[in-house]
Design a protein around this ligand. Structure first.
Ligand SMILES: [Zn+2]
Length: 470
């Protein structure tokens, strides 16, 4: 037997735990996890002595900005950041121009990934055109995405066609998605409550980052909790598997925990800013550059607890880049600033740093960034796991490497990161997608168009059958 690659001497993080072993790669897949003295002819060897060998991150919540907002980022620049950050599969989001809402717009986006993406990819369209739900599901997507907002006709951040707020409409959509068996990502929001709450803040003349932060977190997060209660109840009523985006309050974590106990098929995600960038001090010092949302301390404690006990299943970036100009206005007119923060380049390293700080176990980090998103989004056994037969999507990381993140390192077009100046203790050294390096020694080496549609097991099975037939 001769194989393509041997990653030698590292600590391989397998589903049953870390083991010092050599990882064998052949034909883009994991071909074996063996002891150092097992002789196999190999075309190439990477020395991973003293390093962790981890599954690549499967990031199901990424705003690539292409098409429509390429001044912020595009698929190529987004996936360059992914490669540097150990993300081997991204799922893009539908709030583009035009928004992804039907077979035609989804086909266009697929074509763009196919020509530009460095890492593997999928895309979450909005299910707002009822007759397009089935046909889009048949194209190989693994999720739909909706914002619980009233469609205001604004172009950004929730362009027409990406919002559903009416509960009856939501249930109708969920009944239809349930037939496809794929997951429904919901951005929870109670717009009627928010109209009242932010109306009071703005009536006081408070258009600052602090005012905005306080409005979204008002009454201990009532706009999040009420929306999530509705989503969970409708998931139970419809049998539609749901995924709650950017969970951030104690009560909503408790609600998800109870729903899981009842057997509701719900997953939820924590985005980088919630554990790492959401203190009141962050709001004061970084203002519009920190927001996303403010997470008060007791809610942040609940987030860490939810990450540790598994209630929070998934870590995804919600990478949402905006230019400095789009942020600067927020110091005085926060409601006019674009909200959201870039994060795909550093999230995996920040999570591994949390392991070094004793806040999470390595097993939990790997489950949250890789195993669970792959398993819950229809890629079990293909992505997010280092076992024989899975795609060789691999990250080699040094967990004893102190360095400081700066704007100079940023691969996004926007040229800034809210983590500028932050020192962490972990560094991703190499990222491989299907056995080929896309990032190595500080440089992105992947080629645009190398990334493929992240294939579902049914497609993989057919592919394998076809191969055997030859
Ligand atoms: Zn988002």
């Amino acid at each position: 037997m001769s194989i393509d690659l041997r990653i030698a001497g590292g600590t391989v993080v397998t589903p049953s735990g870390p083991v010092v072993a050599d990882l064998l790669v052949d034909g883009g897949r994991v071909a074996g996890i063996v002891a150092a003295d097992v002789a196999v002819e190999s075309a190439r060897i990477i020395d991973a002595t003293g390093r962790l060998v981890l599954p690549g991150m499967v990031d199901v919540h990424v705003h690539t900005r292409e098409p429509g907002y390429e001044h912020k980022d595009d698929i190529l620049t987004t996936t360059r950041q992914a490669a540097a950050g150990g993300v081997t599969t991204i799922f893009g989001m539908p709030n583009l121009k035009p928004p992804t809402v039907d077979v035609a717009t989804l086909t266009d986006v697929f074509d763009r990934y196919a020509s530009s993406s460095i890492v593997d990819w999928n895309h979450n369209p909005a299910p707002t055109k009822f007759d397009q739900i089935g046909p889009m599901a048949a194209m190989g997507i693994r999720a739909f995405k909706i914002y619980m907002v009233v469609d205001t006709g604004r172009s950004y951040p929730h362009p027409a066609g990406t919002g559903i707020h009416d509960h009856g409409h939501l249930l109708q959509i969920m009944d239809e998605i349930a037939k496809t068996g794929i997951r429904f990502i919901v951005h929870p929001h109670d717009q009627a409550l928010m109209d009242y709450i932010e109306g009071e803040v703005l009536a006081r003349g408070d258009n600052t980052p602090q005012g905005y932060a306080s409005a979204y977190a008002a009454r201990e997060g009532v706009i999040w909790d009420t929306a999530i209660d509705v989503v969970l109840r409708l998931a139970e009523a419809s049998g539609c598997p749901v995924h709650i985006a950017h969970i951030q309050t104690r009560r909503s974590i408790e609600a998800v925990r109870r729903a899981k106990e009842r057997g509701v098929d719900v997953t939820c995600e924590v985005n980088h800013w919630a554990p790492f960038l959401s203190t009141w001090n962050d709001v004061e010092t970084l203002g519009p550059y920190a927001l996303s949302y403010w997470v008060p301390d007791d809610n942040r404690a609940a987030i860490w607890e939810g990450m540790r006990d598994g209630t929070i299943d998934i870590a995804s970036s919600d990478h949402a880049p905006h230019t400095r100009e789009e942020k600067e206005i927020g110091w005085t007119e926060m409601w006019s600033a674009h909200t959201g923060t870039p994060g795909i380049q550093y999230y995996y390293e920040l999570m591994l740093d949390a392991v070094n700080r004793g806040e999470l176990t390595l097993d939990r980090v790997v489950e949250m960034v890789a195993e669970v998103p792959a398993a819950k989004f229809g890629l079990a056994g293909v992505k997010g796991i280092l076992e024989v037969g899975a795609d060789a999507d691999i990250v080699i990381a040094d967990l004893d490497h102190e360095w400081t993140i700066t704007d100079d390192d940023v691969l996004s077009k926007i040229g800034w990161t809210p983590y500028n100046g932050r020192t962490i203790s972990t560094r991703i050294e190499r990222t491989l997608v299907r056995g080929r390096e896309v990032y190595a020694d500080g440089a992105v080496v992947g080629e645009p168009g190398y990334g493929k549609l992240a294939a579902a097991p049914a497609e993989r099975t057919a592919e394998l059958a076809a191969k055997e037939g030859n």
